[in-house]
Design a binder for this molecule. Structure first.
Ligand code: NAD
Ligand code: TDX
Length: 332
């Protein structure tokens, strides 16, 4: 079986490649990745995989690679909300035009397609809302990132209905684990502390994210590929709601610092308040369960990974922090 993994040099895609490499000897993988600032060859070090440097919007290249594949798993995206606020166009290009290009190729060659998406397409919830997102929640995205992901999901739905494309969609909550770019919340704070810099919390820090270990996400993706129903959407989440403030405090304590040793900085524009996933459909219909139930333990493993792999993140750190240079401290 030959699988085309788009965005396989990024955070979740590279973890998918590693997991698949160790657990499924029958699967041969081709990674298609544009190696933007977020893609790193070092993330694929030691894995037997064919690597193609190229853009998912390149129709001729995508057509050739899809024709050779039995399955496409589409991770590639512009994925960072803060970047999407500063410069939305790459998000429109990659997330919408790139997804369209893949869909046209899988349609032409009748190749099975799995689309990786986010819970952010549903907008946000109030902190005290008893409801969580389900597959029936209306789309209501807030940012250029989440709106382009929402648009890409809708393209997939239309290609299933109008052209009979054999596709499934998953919308997952916030991932944590090894090889996540240092611009993102958890790696940024861990590497700041390693550098002797105080962690930075946006606004009041009470925003809630629903954390899941990246390996649990990727095991769910394989479950959906193997047992999911064509045309269906599955939400992936592991009941991991935590406020950003609590996450920063946990990281600080785990790294031997005082829990209050952080700064509040200017809030993100349009900052979603809370995400929360109800993954009942995935659990009851397809039998998936998360393996990492202890967030504190997963966080400690992640801290250990960044401690042990400075050579992986160090080259990215200064450029990532430079993008945050205009964030003013508003309290501590
Ligand atoms: P990432 O930014 O770490 O990696 C994205 C990868 O895509 C990089 O390797 C990059 O080089 C590549 N890429 C970007 N534009 C490309 C293009 N035009 N052509 C080919 N490759 C291109 O992102 P991630 O956090 O690994 O997210 C992967 C997917 O999972 C995305 O679709 C994202 O929306 C989704 N997702 C992420 C999370 C999360 O918490 N990180 C949660 C839910 C869903
Ligand atoms: O320095 C920071 N301080 C801070 O308080 C950063 C970088 C973030 N934050 C906050 C913003 C969010 O409430 O932490 C939370 C998490 O931020 P990000 O890591 O930027 O993730 P988020 O915006 O929640 O989006 C992530 O999860 C859903 C991924 O980047 C998306 O690709 C995915 O779809």
């Amino acid at each position: 079986m030959r699988v085309l993994v788009t965005g396989g040099a990024g955070f979740i895609g590279s973890n998918f490649v590693h997991l698949t490499n160790t657990s499924r000897s029958e699967v041969k993988m081709t990674v298609l990745d544009a190696f933007t600032y977020a893609g790193d060859r070092a993330s694929l070090h030691g894995v037997g995989v064919d690597i193609v440097a190229g853009d998912i919007s390149d129709a001729a290249l995508v057509d050739r690679l899809v024709a050779e594949s039995d399955l496409v798993v589409h991770f590639a995206a512009e994925s960072h909300n803060d970047n999407s606020l500063a410069e939305p166009l790459p998000f429109v290009q990659t997330n919408l035009v790139g997804t369209y290009t893949l869909l046209e190729a899988v349609r032409k060659h009748d190749v099975r397609y799995h689309h990786i998406s986010t819970d952010e397409v549903y907008g946000d919830l109030d902190l005290d809302d008893p409801e969580r997102f389900t597959e029936a929640t209306p789309y209501n995205p807030s940012s250029p990132y989440s709106s382009t992901k929402a648009g890409s999901d809708l393209l997939v739905r239309a290609w299933v209905r109008s052209f009979g494309v054999r596709a499934t969609i998953s919308n997952c909550s916030n991932n944590y684990g090894p090889r996540q770019h240092v611009e993102k919340f958890i790696p940024r704070q861990i590497t700041n502390i390693l550098d002797g810099v105080r962690p930075k919390l946006y606004g009041d820090g009470l925003n809630v994210r629903d954390w899941i270990h990246v390996d649990d996400h990727n095991r769910a993706v394989w479950t959906i590929i193997e047992r999911g129903e064509i045309g269906q959407t599955y939400l992936i989440g592991a009941d991991g709601e935590e406020s950003n403030k609590r996450v920063v405090e946990q990281i600080l304590v785990a790294m031997g610092k005082d829990a209050s040793d952080y700064d509040h900085v200017t809030d993100r524009a349009g900052h979603d308040r809370r995400y929360a996933i109800d993954s009942t459909k995935l659990r009851t219909e397809l039998g998936w369960e998360p393996g990492f139930s202890d967030f504190a333990a997963g966080l400690t493993d992640t801290i250990d990974w960044y401690r042990a792999n400075e050579s992986w993140w160090r080259p990215q750190k200064a450029a990532a922090e430079a993008k945050y240079a205009d964030q003013a401290v508003i309290g501590s």
